[in-house]
Design a protein around this ligand. Structure first.
Ligand SMILES: Nc1ncnc2c1ncn2[C@@H]1O[C@H](COP(=O)(O)OP(=O)(O)OP(=O)(O)O)[C@@H](O)[C@H]1O
Length: 587
């Protein structure tokens, strides 16, 4: 393990270490040397860069495809323009109202729609963009198709911002502020949650990330950021024209992040230069301008599919030495009590009156043939599906009916039958996401406790050396261990493992058995679904056997091994030579 500093995150590019102030200083110099035409174009580039930083939160970080982002640009512009013209407000006073209006619109449209999958969400956002445009075109107060005209210039320190040079400097100041705000967001725990939700929202929710809230935050914060460009653009032009907020504008804003690089803030700047600047450069070729622009965009997408300046994840800097380990709970209490758990799917009763108890430090297994109802029982306990009847009490608290992230926060972690990792995130980042079950703060940077927990859990499963590798590149056994480390990061009281040995070779199975036994020593109860009966019998304190949803046997492994109903359930034919073979396997 390499020695690492105890800083939460770091990186290696020039932009990361003070490159932005340098670029802004260069822009200031350019502001002194460029002519009025170039300064006007540069001002528009900055407006689009601000829009790009907004949509980058929604699409780049959280992976929510938004085809109507121009709506927030319009809301910002109209809110500011109307307050200035109708109520005589000063530009600066209109700004917070414009941003708040976009936030409200973001909540109103986002709350009901963000449960939709990406393609449906894209259609809804496209519709929202059109609704806003058609509304402002048809309302009298917004000036109809003519929009708003005669918006007074911005005043700064008593000086009117009227020249292209002055506007460029104003836009640069706006850009710097928005950039700093989005940089802070990118360092927060929320940014990690966004990436996890983008990769697999079900898995993120199951390990404690409040996926819907996290998506809504992306939508609203993106809307607020983009809305800043509205008043700025209105002040630049002195007008608000509804034809500036068409579907084409939304596409242009989206292209800023696609061309620049999804999730990359320097990429947004590059994308804005390409999308706004390139057509201006191509003015020299007049009627072929559109054609050349399209060809160049295609070339960029083909040559740089990740964008001109792709997102480069920061490496998590884990502490060089282990931090203090959490105290294991002293009492060997019952931490999970499931009673009468039933789940019906139409005419099929997948789980029928299941009773299950797990004490701290115990390994309790649930076995049964295919279709016996094991996974359905897990899904009911973890809140992924609602049970039809029954109770689930976790550490004395009734968690039935709670969403998975709240069940996880109450102390119940799980793994999945088919492994669900955040493939593009690193091994350490995957474990970090499991930490949300313990600490749900979103808007603060990573803490030392977060990084200590990641280090401890990786060390526990033997993956510390692989901390910086992408999870998608791990071998099968390591993927299983990583899923367990992620589940342990939230210091769970109960860990549900769904067929952890499926697909593992004998060596991997042995390592897994050792690992599961050690989890008990941490003070957590382990509930295991497993088809490998030999593994179950060797590590379990108690075994529950299901068949067709019903519990047919409960007891210590020795009793279960002798139970003829269990043997029959596995083969279906008791007292037959093959049954003896199954009895052998059960032993
Ligand atoms: N969403 C669903 N809709 C309808 N039926 C379902 C659904 N999920 C599970 N079932 C049914 O419930 C029963 C139990 O399935 P479940 O996947 O829980 O069994 P299992 O014991 O986990 O099986 P396996 O060992 O193959 O994973 C099966 O008959 C299955 O077809």
């Amino acid at each position: 393990m390499r020695a690492r500093a105890a800083l939460p995150a770091g990186g290696g590019t020039a932009v990361r270490y003070g490159g932005w102030p340098l670029l802004i200083a260069l822009a200031l110099v350019a502001g002194q040397t460029l002519d009025d035409y170039a300064l006007t174009v540069a001002g528009t580039i900055l407006v689009y860069a601000i829009l790009g930083l907004g949509i980058n939160i929604v699409v780049g970080y959280a992976g929510l495809l938004d085809l109507g982002f121009a709506a927030f640009f319009a809301i910002g512009a109209y809110a500011s323009g109307l307050l200035t013209l109708k109520l005589g407000w000063d530009f600066w006073a209109t700004l917070p109202v414009a941003v708040a209006a976009a936030a409200v619109a973001g909540v109103v449209i986002g709350y009901p729609t963000l449960r939709l999958r990406s393609d449906y969400l894209a259609i809804v956002t496209l519709g929202f963009g059109e609704i806003i445009r058609i509304t402002v075109v048809n309302l009298e107060v917004t000036g109809g198709p003519n929009g708003l005209t005669g918006i007074p210039p911005v005043t700064v320190g008593g000086r009117e911002i009227v020249t292209p040079g002055a506007f460029f400097h104003l836009a640069l100041a706006f850009f710097a502020v928005v950039l700093a705000a989005t940089a802070l967001l990118a360092r927060s725990r929320l940014a990690f949650a966004w990436r996890a939700v983008r990769a697999d929202d079900t898995a993120a929710e199951a390990v404690g990330v409040p996926a819907r809230r996290v998506k809504l935050l992306a939508y609203v914060l993106g809307a607020m950021t983009g809305a800043v460009a509205g008043p700025l653009n209105a002040a630049q032009l002195g007008t608000v024209d509804p034809s500036s907020f068409t579907f084409l504008t939304s596409l242009m804003i989206l292209l800023v992040v696609i061309i620049g690089g999804m999730g990359s803030r320097p990429g947004v700047m590059v994308g804005a230069v390409v999308i706004v600047g390139l057509p201006e450069v191509l003015r020299t070729v007049q009627e072929y301008r559109g054609l050349f622009f399209a060809l160049l965009l295609i070339a960029i997408v083909l040559l740089r599919p990740q964008g001109v300046w792709p997102y480069r994840p920061r490496r998590l800097r884990l502490p060089a030495r282990p931090g203090p380990a959490p105290e294991p709970p002293a009492a060997r209490d019952t931490v999970l009590e499931v009673d009468g758990l039933t789940r019906r799917f139409g005419g099929v009763t997948a789980v029928d009156g299941l009773a299950l108890r797990a004490d701290a430090g115990q390994v309790v297994s649930v076995i049964g043939p295919n279709g016996a109802g094991k996974t359905t029982a897990f899904n009911c306990v973890t809140g992924m599906i609602a049970p039809s009847a029954g109770t689930v009490v976790l550490a004395g608290r009734d968690v039935r009916g709670l969403p998975p992230h709240r069940v996880a926060a109450a102390g119940l972690a799980r793994t999945f039958q088919s492994i669900r990792l955040f493939e593009e995130m690193t091994v350490a980042e995957n474990v970090l996401i499991g930490r949300f079950a313990r600490d749900r703060a979103l808007l603060r940077p990573l803490s030392r406790a977060d990084l200590d927990a990641v280090r401890r859990c990786l060390d526990f499963v033997g993956l510390l050396e692989a901390a910086d590798r992408p999870a998608g590149g791990l071998a099968y056994g390591d993927r299983r261990r990583l899923e367990i480390a992620r589940a342990l990061a939230g210091d769970p009281r109960v860990l549900l493992l769904d067929e952890p040995a499926a697909g593992a070779n004998p060596t991997e199975k042995r390592a897994l058995m050792g690992l599961i036994s050690r989890i008990g020593a941490l003070g957590a109860a382990v509930v295991l679904i497993e088809h490998d009966v030999a593994l179950v019998m060797s590590i379990s304190d108690r075994v529950t056997v299901l068949e067709h949803g019903r519990t047919i046997a409960v007891g210590p492994p020795a009793e279960i091994q002798e139970d003829q109903r269990v043997v029959a359930a596995y083969l279906g034919v008791p007292d037959d030579p093959e049954t003896d073979l199954v009895s052998e396997v059960l032993r």
